[in-house]
Design a protein around this ligand. Structure first.
Ligand code: SAM
Length: 201
């Protein structure tokens, strides 16, 4: 990618659609991905650890779930598949990622329950029972902190956030940083060099 990042608003890279298949909690997913989005060719290993280790929403979970930085939508689609009564907000700055997530939500039969939005287009009064994210570490520490300080406060009082961060990309320092700001942070799991953090108020 020349001057292009997975978090570009409008990727210049050729789209070249491709298929990404994976299984979570016994359910098979076949989603469409494309160039110019994060981990375009496979389910990212960190995302795979998150979806394997964190507590997926119960089948009767209702309310709003957030996939922060949705990419082509694997987390959003798994949340929608796991919790058919919930509304899933899928947020990303990358417009190609948003288009792919919307198409993938339709592929998994959840177009009516997955709200795909640019960050500024999520109404201010929406709060989230769960926030899920494989956050964009590559935007830099300041950007990452700003992102989390923007969205974590929108958790419902008894809401829970699930984050996955590679240890070598700062998973443990992010854990400390969140705890220093008063969040309850637990290292829920650690696998293949990834930390799965459970964050509550
Ligand atoms: C590590 S990727 C994860 C993508 C996807 N959830 C997955 O697991 O494959 C992080 C995503 O965050 C997005 N992102 C970057 N900055 C953002 C911001 N300020 N607000 C929302 N999303 C952002 C990127 O475009 C990218 O798609």
């Amino acid at each position: 990618m020349t001057g292009d990042h997975y978090f570009s608003a409008e990727p210049g890279t050729a789209a070249r659609p491709r298929e990404v298949e994976f299984t979570v909690a016994g359910r098979d997913y076949a989603l469409t991905s494309a160039g110019g989005v994060f981990s375009a060719d496979r389910l990212d290993p960190g995302t795979a650890v998150l979806l394997r280790k964190a507590d997926l929403p119960a089948p009767d979970a209702a309310g709003n779930l957030l996939d922060l930085g949705c990419g082509f939508g694997p987390i959003a689609c798994v949340l929608a598949g796991s919790a058919p009564a919930a509304t899933v907000w899928a947020v990303d700055v990358n417009e190609r990622a948003r288009a792919l997530t919307a198409a993938n939500a339709a592929r998994v039969g959840a177009a009516d329950r997955v709200r795909v939005a640019a960050p500024d287009d999520v109404p201010d009064d929406v709060t989230f029972d769960q926030l899920w994210s494989n956050p964009p570490i590559r935007i830099g520490k300041d950007g990452l902190h700003e992102l989390l300080l923007r969205w974590l406060p929108r958790l419902a009082p008894d809401g829970v956030a699930w984050l996955v961060v590679a240890r070598h990309l700062g998973g443990d320092s992010l854990h400390r940083w969140l705890a220093e700001r008063g969040w309850q942070v637990r290292r829920h799991a650690s696998q293949k060099g990834y930390r799965v953090l459970r964050v509550t108020r």
